[in-house]
Design a protein around this ligand. Sequence first.
Ligand code: PLP
Length: 395
Amino acid sequence: MKNETGSLMRPDALPESASRPVVTPLSPSVVYASDTPDMLDQQYEGALHGYTYAREGHPNADVVAKRLDRMEQAPHPGVVTSSGMAAVSAVLLGLTKSGDHVLGGNQLYGRSLRMMTDDLPRLGIATSMADPGDIDAMRSALRPETRMILIEAVSNPTLRVADVAGLAALAQEKDILLVVDNTFTTPRAFRPFEHGADIVIHSVTKLLAGHSDVMLGYVAARAQTLNDRLRIFTVTAGMNPSPFDCWLAERGMLSFDLRFDRAQATATRLADHLATLPGVTRVIYPGRSDHPDHDRAAALLGGQFCNMVSFELDGDRSTANAFTRAAAGLSFAPTLGDVGTTISHPASSSHRALTAEKRAELGMSEGFFRVSVGLEDAEALCTVFTQAIADAQSS
Ligand SMILES: *Cc1c(COP(=O)(O)O)cnc(C)c1O
């Protein structure tokens, strides 16, 4: 006969403490127990707030959502999703129907573009892309059945700036939704709701969580009905985030403002430094007066130009290989927003599916690099670039 050890019993409650933890507790529980069917009724009817099943919501997601709602000044509580792409998908799949048309910016994040070109048409949703910096081009791409416009305020990786004011006016005139993916710009530099956006999307994975150890997304809508639909769709589609990822994201977000300001200041310094180096044919940073959208960026982003810098090396793939090899200490990795500086090479990663001609049209040669500036000492970072670029040029 085996001893009954009580191992199957769940604890009734946490140990009592008159004081409270400073750090948000991690709540991995998938299910929540209610006292009675009556109580459960009240929960489902909204008379009592209580969690039921983690796909429908859990404390760690709500803590992160509240923080993002505040940062974006969201009119209603937004939804935290398992990735940035889950948030993009929730908007594109959850708010459209067969027969609709969606107009996208022509330099959206690669996977967003892919959903526009490969997946929505399969479901009977037509899509097209146009330059979000050119309001006439966007206007002429509209159709009677256009349901929404999806843009990023600053494009990847050429850092062009969308005509958000023009697009907000156009969307309002045509009674369609303006959806802004605010991942690059972050609410520190730009709050899309204040500029007429109807829906705001984030990949929290990037600058907001900031440590390359979490995948998470966020979406919020201005209209309560759309916000409700997004919440219901993400639950139905299983786009819910893991409590641990939310817990890590909250931890990262505590230092977000400081990290952003530091990375941005260093990016300004690095951009100007790169422009002085032999072998660098072009530097793209919206904060520089030689950037084609500098004035628009200054007006839109309130003098903040964020942490992303792109530049072009004189040379071919072998120059590019020599540069990443020589840039010791910097990660050559296709992401952004990490505490450490990362470099990416669109020709071999995000834009590899395009032909060389198409890339050339977008201004992305084999020597083109995108830098996500991190928190290193600015002068030390400049030195690493100086040396790596000199090595690449002499190779
Ligand atoms: C990374 C990124 C996404 C996708 O986010 P994930 O968290 O990687 O799914 C969407 N939009 C932009 C602008 C991004 O940079």
